[in-house]
Design a protein around this ligand. Structure first.
Ligand code: HEC
Ligand code: HEC
Ligand code: HEC
Ligand code: HEC
Ligand code: HEC
Ligand code: HEC
Length: 326
């Protein structure tokens, strides 16, 4: 063979020999991925063992808050959560994607779990593009994260299903962080009294039954769940036969707040008595003042009477009559 041809020939042989180990390497890689796919158990080796993991302090990278988080994972609680019980059979790395392919020890600070990009872009768009979130930004409030409302009893990992009592009670608290006044007035009402007594089932309405969870609209918007178009239907879910009159009920009675009286006084000064009387809450407030007034009057008259009798008895005793006379 001509020398040059021979060199090419050997090169060809040597070159293709390389592809043999390369082929086996790729094959081995595929097999290892099949046999070593990270299951829940792989993570639980450490995260289920109190000797391996413990509670650690974590600084929230967005708010700067310091929280103590438990690295010990309650597998049963996870399996009972919205994702754990799902037929899709979620494993840890579905959410903790930066650990995909990492076996054994791993970095301490992981990326925050992304609920939106691959899984929940629809609910996210509904929430993040709502006028409600725009209003929060206008007022320099940090909009709540998905996990703030969908938090589980011990960890955000334990996302409860939306109709569970835990989720219902928890969302009320999240709304209440920004709407303290409305949370307070809701609790003045029978609905709120029941839910703050711990009745958090679907029979008792909480914030989102009336306002919606993701796309919250102002109550005077007809499309709001409690707007003119939908109010009868919303209340009617629980109050069979509810009509236009029934839904005039005041969901946030403010007569126990000083702000209400200050506001009413301002309206009176600016627009006169008729404007105050145009607000149905004024009648509730009037009833409340009368009711408290009657109680105060009754106790002060009876109390005063009893007190005077007692003084009189003592005086009689001092005089020597011993109170036994007439
Ligand atoms: C070899 C033991 C070990 C294994 C296996 C392990 N982890 Fe961890 N993991 C830890 C330890 C220890 C910490 C606490 C790190 C620290 O703060 O020092 C931790 C922390 C975490 C954190 C919190 C990180 C943070 O930023 O706060 C997550 C999430 C986590 N692990 C998920 C997983 C998942 C998912 C798996 C399975 C793919 C897994 N881990 C497998 C030991 C392990
Ligand atoms: C549905 C998504 C999801 C799945 C599945 C999931 N996690 Fe998490 N995990 C989260 C979220 C959300 C957090 C809160 C921190 C964050 O937002 O990144 C978290 C936090 C953690 C933490 C930090 C401690 C804490 O409570 O905040 C550990 C440790 C952890 N997960 C381990 C696991 C292990 C082990 C599995 C599998 C049994 C698992 N996770 C499955 C979403 C998930
Ligand atoms: C202010 C509280 C709040 C925030 C923040 C929030 N949600 Fe929700 N979400 C709710 C409420 C309340 C429901 C239940 C609505 C209903 O049943 O009417 C819900 C329902 C859901 C559901 C449907 C669950 C089911 O069983 O049908 C998904 C999915 C969801 N949210 C995902 C997200 C994602 C993703 C984010 C972050 C972008 C997010 N949520 C942010 C309050 C919130
Ligand atoms: C991070 C703070 C924050 C949280 C959490 C929050 N809100 Fe709001 N909300 C605001 C701000 C700011 C506004 C606009 C100003 C206002 O009316 O107070 C607003 C407005 C509203 C309005 C009037 C509609 C509008 O778009 O102006 C309703 C109704 C409402 N929120 C109900 C809720 C309910 C129900 C929840 C819980 C599911 C909730 N909010 C959670 C901050 C928040
Ligand atoms: C039974 C239904 C119902 C429940 C439950 C309820 N609300 Fe309301 N909410 C209303 C109605 C009706 C209005 C409008 C009239 C008013 O202001 O009282 C309103 C008004 C509001 C407003 C003023 C903005 C607007 O749209 O008029 C906010 C903010 C608000 N509610 C927050 C909350 C929060 C937070 C909770 C839970 C703690 C809650 N609501 C529970 C029915 C409800
Ligand atoms: C999720 C179910 C539910 C929704 C939605 C709901 N309610 Fe109720 N409501 C209840 C329960 C439970 C009670 C307390 C038990 C009872 O008296 O029926 C109650 C009590 C009341 C009462 C007092 C009745 C009494 O006996 O003193 C009024 C008035 C009322 N609701 C009005 C409304 C209005 C108006 C709406 C719509 C804005 C509404 N409710 C939405 C469940 C609901």
């Amino acid at each position: 063979m001509h020398l040059r041809k021979r060199v090419y020939f050997y090169r060809l042989i040597v070159g293709s020999l390389w592809s043999v180990p390369a082929f086996f390497f790729v094959l081995a890689l595929c097999c290892s991925n099949l046999t070593m796919a990270q299951e829940v158990a792989d993570c639980m080796e450490c995260h289920g063992d109190p000797e391996e993991v413990c509670k650690v302090a974590r600084i929230d990278r967005e708010t700067g808050e310091v929280n103590v988080v438990n690295m010990l994972v309650d597998e049963a609680a996870f399996m009972d959560s919205a994702h754990g019980r799902s037929e899709e059979g979620f494993v840890c790395i579905d959410c903790h994607q930066d650990l995909d392919g990492v076996y054994g020890e791993h970095l301490a600070l992981l990326e925050r779990v992304d609920c939106v990009t691959f899984c929940h872009d629809d609910p996210a768009a509904e929430f993040l593009e709502s006028t409600h979130v725009e209003h929060m930004k206008d007022e320099d409030k940090i909009p709540p994260r998905c996990t703030d409302c969908h938090m589980g009893p011990n960890s955000a990992r334990e996302t409860p299903v939306a109709d569970s009592g835990f989720h219902r009670a928890h969302v009320n608290k999240t709304c209440g962080k920004c709407h303290e006044d409305y949370l307070y007035t809701y609790c003045t009402n029978l609905h709120g009294q029941l839910s703050s007594l711990g009745v958090c089932n679907q029979d008792v309405p909480n914030c989102f039954d009336c306002h919606g969870g993701h796309d919250i609209l102002k109550s005077d918007d007809p499309e709001s769940k409690i707007g003119a178009d939908n109010k009868v239907e919303t209340c009617g879910k629980c109050h069979e036969g509810a009509g236009e009159n029934f839904v005039k009920h005041i969901a946030h009675p403010a007569y126990k707040t000083s702000a209400f009286y200050a506001e009413a006084y301002k309206t009176y000064k600016e627009k006169g008595l008729l404007a105050v009387l145009a607000d149905p809450q004024s009648y509730l407030a009037l009833m409340f003042v009368l009711y408290v007034g009657i109680i105060v009057q009754a106790f002060s008259v009876f109390g005063g009477h009893a007190l005077l009798m007692w003084v009189r008895m003592i005086l009689d005793e001092r005089k020597g009559g011993g109170g036994h006379g007439h």
